[in-house]
Design a protein around this ligand. Structure first.
Ligand code: TLP
Length: 349
C-alpha cells in the first residue's frame, strides 16, 4: 500500500537530518549535576523566547504541567481550568494522584475561558468549599481544535486571577503555534503568567522534550519536583541538541502547517459525511464531526481511514481530529482528502 499519511498528531514527526547530526555531536554532561552545556543553552534560549527568567527541560509536556501544578497547588485544593483541557482529560488523573488536587472544570463552547465564568468558580480559603489554588490556561486549546486566545482575553483572565491571588499556569504545548497565528512573539503571549510549559516535540518537530519556564526561584523548585517525579535525566544534551535545532528553526514551518490545516479543513467541509467549523480552524488542528454515527461512529471510521492510508484520532463517538505537521506537505493533504473521500465511499457500500 502507498505510504500512510499520519495526521494523528504533530507529535509523530521524525527528527530531521539536522537534528540527528546535532544529537550525534552534542556536547554533554550530567544534567542532574547541572553540568550539561547543551541543556543549559536550550534552557537559556527557551527562557529568552518565552520571556521568563529561567527554564527547565523535562521529558514530556505532561511532566511539565504536573511539576507546575505540584508547585502551585496544595493537596485538597482545586485547579480551575477549561472542561476539555489537557490537564483534565489526558493526564491520567495526575493532578489528583501526584499532588492531591482536583480539577474545577469550566466549560466554554469555543474552548476559550470566559473571565466571568472563571470568577464565579474561584473559591477563597476559609470557606466551606475546596479553595482554588491555580488557574490553567491552554493556548492553543487542543481539544477546541487548536483555538488561539486573543491577548485581551488573556489579560482579562489574568486580572480576575490577580484580584483573587490565584497563580496562573500556561499550558503552552503549542504556544508557538498561537504566536505564529497572531503574528506576535511567544513572549508577548506568555507575559503575566506565573509559569509556562512549552513543548519542543509538537509543531517544532523535536523527538522529545518540553520546558517549564518561570521565575528563577520557581524553576529551582521545578528542578526538585522533576527529580521527585523521575524526570532527572543525565546526558540529556543529546535531546537538548535536537531541541535547539527545533527552537531555532522550527517556527518557520508552523505557518505552513496552519495553511495546510486550512486546506485540509476546506476539503473535509466539502465531504457530505462531515461537518467542519471552518471558523474554528486557526492553527494546525482540524476537528471534523461525522454527520451520522449509524455505521459505528468515529472509532470505526478511523479503522476505515487506516485501510485507505490516512491516520486520524477519534475524539469521541462523532468527532475526528486531524493535525498537520512538518512531515506532511500540501500534496499529502490533497492525497489524504482523496483517501478520506474513498473511506466514505467504502462506508456507504
Ligand atoms: N497532547 C497529545 C495527546 O496527549 C492528546 C496530542 O497528540 O495532542 N498539553 C497539551 C495542550 C497537549 O496537547 C499535550 C499533548 C500535552 C500537554 C502533553 O504533552 P506530552 O505528550 O509531551 O506529554
Amino acid at each position: 500500500m502507498a505510504e500512510l499519511i499520519d495526521l494523528r498528531s504533530d507529535t509523530v514527526t521524525r527528527p530531521s537530518e539536522e537534528m540527528r547530526r546535532a544529537m550525534a555531536t552534542a556536547d554533554v554532561g550530567d544534567d542532574v549535576f547541572g553540568e550539561d552545556p547543551t541543556v543549559r543553552r536550550l534552557e537559556e534560549e527557551m527562557a529568552a523566547a518565552v520571556g521568563t527568567e529561567a527554564a527547565l527541560l523535562v521529558p514530556s509536556g505532561v511532566m511539565g504541567n504536573q511539576v507546575a501544578l505540584h508547585l502551585h497547588g496544595r493537596p485538597g485544593t482545586e485547579v480551575v481550568c477549561e472542561a476539555r483541557s489537557h490537564v483534565v482529560d489526558w493526564e491520567m488523573g495526575a493532578m489528583a494522584a501526584l499532588s492531591g488536587l482536583s480539577p474545577r472544570p469550566v466549560a466554554a463552547a469555543d474552548g476559550l475561558l470566559d473571565p466571568e465564568a472563571v470568577a464565579a468558580v474561584i473559591q477563597p480559603w476559609g470557606g466551606f468549599r475546596p479553595p482554588s489554588s491555580l488557574l490553567v490556561i491552554e493556548n492553543t486549546h487542543n481539544m477546541a481544535g487548536g483555538r488561539v486566545y486573543p491577548r485581551p482575553r488573556i489579560d482579562a483572565l489574568l486580572e480576575v486571577a490577580r484580584r483573587r491571588d490565584l497563580p496562573v499556569h500556561l499550558d503552552g504545548a503549542r504556544l508557538f503555534n498561537a504566536a505564529v497565528a497572531l503574528g506576535l512573539p511567544a513572549a508577548q503571549l506568555a507575559a503575566g503568567f506565573d509559569s509556562v510549559m512549552v513543548s519542543l516535540s509538537k509543531g517544532l518537530g523535536a523527538p522529545m522534550g518540553s520546558l517549564v519556564c518561570g521565575p528563577a526561584d520557581f524553576v529551582a523548585g521545578a528542578r526538585r519536583v522533576r527529580k521527585m517525579f523521575g524526570g532527572g535525566l543525565h546526558q540529556s544534551g543529546v535531546i537538548a541538541a535536537a531541541g535547539l535545532v527545533a527552537l531555532r528553526g522550527g517556527l518557520e514551518h508552523l505557518a505552513i502547517d496552519h495553511a495546510n490545516a486550512r486546506r485540509l479543513a476546506e476539503g473535509l467541509a466539502e465531504l457530505p459525511g462531515l461537518a467542519v467549523d471552518l471558523d474554528a480552524v486557526e492553527t494546525n488542528i482540524v476537528l471534523a464531526d461525522l454527520v451520522t454515527t449509524a455505521e459505528g461512529g468515529a472509532p470505526v471510521f478511523v479503522e476505515g481511514l487506516r485501510r485507505e492510508g490516512v491516520l486520524a484520532v477519534p475524539v469521541d463517538a462523532r468527532r475526528l481530529r486531524f493535525v498537520t505537521h512538518r512531515d506532511v506537505s500540501a500534496g499529502d493533504v490533497d492525497t489524504a482528502l482523496g483517501r478520506i473521500a474513498g473511506a466514505f465511499r467504502e462506508r456507504s457500500r
